[in-house]
Design a protein around this ligand. Structure first.
Ligand SMILES: CC(C)(COP(=O)(O)OP(=O)(O)OC[C@H]1O[C@@H](n2cnc3c(N)ncnc32)[C@H](O)[C@@H]1OP(=O)(O)O)[C@@H](O)C(=O)NCCC(=O)NCCS
Length: 154
């Protein structure tokens, strides 16, 4: 795929980043997450989240349009990685993940959470060297499917 740019998020990207987050969550979690939680996850809420994590977010642009993003926690976690469905399968998720792992290279181990049943993401993370560590827990947004923890060495 041509013209993919991975770059730090800027405050002006908040609208576009929020849209990708909102749309990708609907694409990914419909049927997996509590429908009430999903229905309450409005674009406004994602906009507020976008502004809160500007400094630890990378965006992926395809032909100048934001189509994906990734967020990390300086403590050693990948906290979000989303690529719009139409842009999946072209190496954008790998590029975002690699760029975040570079920023976390001072850690021995990186962890993340993924929803049970999100098989595409679990397969992707396994392909990228993560493994399920056996930890799982229910959260307010995942009353049906637990969240699974995955880890990998940097
Ligand atoms: C998971 C996600 C980020 C992957 O991004 P992507 O751009 O589709 O993935 P890429 O095209 O970069 O794939 C990178 C590599 O992983 C492999 N891969 C992707 N999905 C895979 C799967 N389910 N099983 C095995 N390998 C997989 C690709 O073949 C590719 O391999 P290669 O680079 O060695 O040739 C993307 O599908 C997505 O945003 N999904 C919806 C949101 C989501 O679930 N996010 C995770 C929340 S925890």
């Amino acid at each position: 795929m041509q013209n993919v740019v991975i770059r730090p998020m800027m405050p002006d990207d908040a609208d576009a980043k929020a849209y990708v987050h909102w749309k990708s969550c609907l694409e990914t979690y419909t049927g997996l997450m509590d429908p009430e939680f999903l229905a309450g996850s409005t674009l406004n809420k994602y906009h507020a989240i976008a502004l809160r994590f500007v400094d630890t977010t990378l965006v992926a642009e395809l032909d100048g349009q934001i189509v994906g993003f990734g967020c990390w926690e300086p403590g050693g976690a990948i906290s979000a990685l989303y690529v719009l469905r139409d842009a999946q399968g072209y190496g954008i998720g790998r590029k975002l993940l690699d760029a975040m792992l570079t920023r976390l290279s001072n850690h021995e181990q990186i962890w993340l959470e993924v929803l049970e049943g999100n098989d595409r993401a679990i397969g992707f993370y396994k392909h990228m060297g993560f493994r399920l560590d056996g930890t799982s827990y229910l959260t307010r947004f995942s009353a049906v499917h637990p969240v699974l923890r995955m880890v990998r060495a940097v």
